[in-house]
Write a protein that binds this ligand. Structure first.
Ligand code: EPZ
Length: 416
């Protein structure tokens, strides 16, 4: 599906089950490499990034089978520790395999993943963590070779709570000799779920959800089964959808505490939220009120919902402001929203949005995963038809955004 067509100005009504979390399942799939046996993962989202990670695991010798939303990985047949370059280029988050490959085999050969449309995406903190554990890091042509005869537990100090670097450090430390303490660790729900998954297969990690993670190295892991939580960013995207389109929806299979900062922002903008153990009810009657938001590491407002919130602000009453502190390229979507009549001024890391309703349907192009989802949100609050091109970006992280929004009452369809 490379084009999505949205017929705007229909309110939303309905309920759906939110897919499994992309940013939880990718490090968990990588972590399965640490074990010379079988791992079963449930509630796996059927998205392009998962299919890509599956391809990588198979290319290095693991046997994998995805049956519906149940994934079985057997790491016994791992045959190499070099990630084929084409995979790194097509999915930069494959760098998350370097930690488990280093922990399992003593080496990981990858290449610099490079930047993407949302930012430069450096990996210096990942490499700093590997060096702290005793690994050598060298470049050979455009290959990055990380190797260690023996990984020894160490103190790792992150100046910034990088999600990926925390995940790579955790996984490299699982088999290291002695105790590793990660200071300044990321606290995102995806880190907590990785710690639970690793402990469930026999690792010894304490401090999940805090900025101090202690890992006591173990020799062996064992077969395990694990269920991935609902995707908080997909849920947040549909929260934005009902705020832009108005109406009342139920989102099943997501933990409210995983997106608490977004729920508080939504309430300040006029949404009515009812939280339950494993689902959310959201109603929005009338246009949202304006608000000022800063993106921050968890538990702050997530950068992955910034573009979707900008689309809501574009149709809100009054003037809103966003300050983006995580990814310098996230504001690219503002340009596409302007094609729909949005009044947005961007200056460096700040955006000022003068809301107006409705926007005008038109042709726009997705520049990245969450930016594409934001254009769908804007299309729901636009007069006439909005056509969004380059939607392969959206398929990286959304199982089927047209299926989900159709179930919630939207007039939307995917086209080749
Ligand atoms: C993860 O990316 C997510 N991806 C991103 O989601 C998410 O936006 C991000 O965390 C922040 O929450 C996955 O989990 C697959 P970071 P990651 O390392 O790990 C700087 C989506 O849409 N940094 O926390 O790459 C970096 O430049 C994606 O699903 C360094 O300086 O994020 C950025 O400014 C997009 N050096 C900041 O940290 C490093 O070595 C946050 O990056 C690493 C990061």
């Amino acid at each position: 599906m490379s084009i999505i067509q949205v017929q705007g100005l229909r309110s939303l009504e309905g309920e759906i089950k939110v897919q499994g979390s992309k940013n939880a399942v990718l490090p968990i799939m990588a972590a399965a490499v640490l074990h010379k046996g079988r791992t079963v993962i449930h509630n796996v989202p059927r998205i392009q990034d998962v299919f890509c990670m599956l391809g990588i695991l198979q290319s290095i010798g693991c046997s994998c089978s995805l049956d519906g939303h149940k994934l079985t990985i057997d790491g016994a047949s791992l045959s190499q520790s070099e990630i084929p370059e084409e995979y790194i280029k097509s999915m930069r988050s494959s760098i998350i395999l370097s930690g488990p490959l280093l922990g399992r085999t003593g080496s990981a050969v990858t290449s610099f993943p490079g930047g993407c449309s949302i930012g430069k995406r450096p990996i210096d903190l990942h490499l700093m963590a590997f060096r702290a554990l005793g690994a050598g890091v060298k470049e050979k042509g455009d290959k990055l070779i990380v190797s260690a005869k023996k990984l020894k537990g160490a103190d790792i100090y992150f100046p910034f709570p990088s999600v990926g670097a925390t995940e790579n450090a955790l996984m490299a430390a699982v088999h290291a000799e002695g105790v590793t303490v990660i200071h300044g660790a990321a606290k995102e729900p995806e880190i907590k779920s990785l710690c639970s998954f690793l402990n469930n297969m026999g690792a010894r990690i304490h401090g999940a959800g805090t900025s101090r993670l202690a890992v006591t190295g173990v020799k062996e892991l064992h077969d395990s089964e694990f269920t991935v939580a609902g995707d908080r960013i997909v849920a947040g995207t549909y929260l934005a959808a009902v705020m832009a389109a108005q109406g009342s929806i139920v989102l099943n299979g997501v933990l409210p505490e995983d997106l608490r900062s977004a729920l508080r922002i939504a309430e300040k903008m006029g949404a009515e939220i009812r939280e339950y153990e494993n689902h959310l009810e959201v109603s929005m009657m009338g246009r949202p009120d304006s608000i000022d938001v800063v993106t921050e590491p968890y538990p702050g407002f997530p950068t992955d919902l910034q573009s979707q919130l900008m689309a809501v602000m574009a149709v809100s009453r009054g003037t809103s402001r966003i300050s983006e502190t995580i990814f310098e390229g996230r504001f690219k979507t503002a340009e596409e929203l302007r094609r729909l009549g949005a009044d947005i001024i961007v200056k460096e890391k700040k955006a000022v949005i003068h809301g107006q309703h409705p926007l005008k349907g038109g042709f726009v192009t997705a520049t990245d995963l969450r930016g594409g989802a934001a254009l769908v949100v804007a299309g729901l609050a636009s007069e006439g038809i909005t056509e969004i091109h380059e939607c392969h970006h959206v398929e990286r992280g959304y199982e089927d955004i047209c299926r989900d929004l159709t179930s919630l009452g939207a007039a939307i369809r995917g086209m080749e």
